[in-house]
Design a protein around this ligand. Structure first.
Ligand code: PXL
Length: 292
């Protein structure tokens, strides 16, 4: 019997990301997340990393032309409902991706500004940050920085006030919300339509994630802080936002649903190696085998 030609394809999401052989972060995280949500992932490789669950040892950026060619071939063939961009290995690649996506201004774009791995291994330098800001922020529907990335990006690449000096830091006992609200405003002024800042790196018994747009806070969600150190939580969240947008939700709803989904993946995370936990994007397949 011949295969039916009438099956409707699921919503299609185009991902630009670096590979992660652990399956924890990067392209593999995005593919698992999108598949779990019922989307069809298209995957454009931007870089190849060498890493385990402890840290990133090295990465090899894909040539910009190869990135653009991968993307154009699938964009011309299939209807893409959302685009997600993760790690980009070079300034040239940022420019190439920016040029490709500029031909599709109606497709919502989720940008995860990956600056370093969970352990802190650098995955982007100042020049690459500047290119992200100049070329991709103005095309971004939802930017998904964690609070560290939000501060670094908002601080600007010009002033070299590196790293985590404590002088700027807010009172540890209060939420860093005012500070992060200022960052969000700056990131929005740089061209992003919405900014979802995640708060797992902030102090506090709970994790507070806030969505902003030009008018300020759109919503603020509070989550029980889970105990593990997770590899690929940011990738999972950003891919899930893209997935829910592709499924037809608006940004406010998609960012809420994506948080709920990601929290479940972290709750069900497992530790397959000697380093970080890996979120279980397929938790609903594996079921609940918690003993406690
Ligand atoms: O979690 C950020 C991230 C994104 N993409 C790749 C990564 C990492 C973190 O390690 O390796 C490929």
């Amino acid at each position: 019997m011949s295969t039916s030609v009438t099956n409707t394809p699921p919503p299609i999401v185009l991902v630009f990301a670096g590979t992660d052989p652990t399956g924890g972060a990067g392209l593999q995280a995005d593919i698992l997340t999108l598949a779990s949500l019922g989307c069809h992932p298209l995957s454009v490789v931007t870089a190849v990393t060498v890493q385990d669950t402890v840290g990133v040892d090295d990465f090899f950026p894909m040539e910009a032309e190869w990135i653009a060619d991968q993307a154009r071939s699938v964009l011309e063939d299939m209807p893409v409902a959302a685009i997600k961009i993760g790690m980009i290995g070079s300034v040239e690649a940022v420019a190439a991706i920016a040029e490709v996506v500029s031909d599709y201004p109606d497709i919502p774009l989720v940008l995860d500004p990956v600056l370093s791995s969970g352990r802190g291994d650098p995955l982007a330098n100042e020049e690459l940050m500047a290119a992200l800001i100049d070329l991709l922020f103005p095309q971004t529907t939802v930017l998904t920085p964690n609070s560290i990335e939000a501060r670094r990006l908002a601080e600007g690449v010009g002033d070299d006030d590196d790293d985590d000096d404590d002088d700027e830091e807010v009172d540890r006992d209060s939420e860093a919300a005012p500070d992060l609200a200022d960052c969000a405003r700056e990131l929005i002024d740089l061209g992003c339509e919405f900014v979802l800042i995640t708060g797992a790196h902030e102090q506090g018994a709970q994790v507070v994630n806030t969505l902003y747009n030009t008018r300020g806070v759109v919503h603020r969600q509070t989550w029980e802080r889970l105990p593990g150190s997770y590899h690929g939580s940011g990738c999972t969240l950003a891919a899930a936002v893209a997935g829910f947008l592709a499924l037809g939700q608006d940004v406010a709803e998609a960012t809420k649903e994506a948080q709920a989904y990601t929290w479940q993946t972290l709750k069900h995370a497992y530790r397959p190696g000697m380093g970080q936990f890996i979120p279980d994007r397929m938790y609903w397949v594996h079921g609940d085998d918690e003993k406690a």
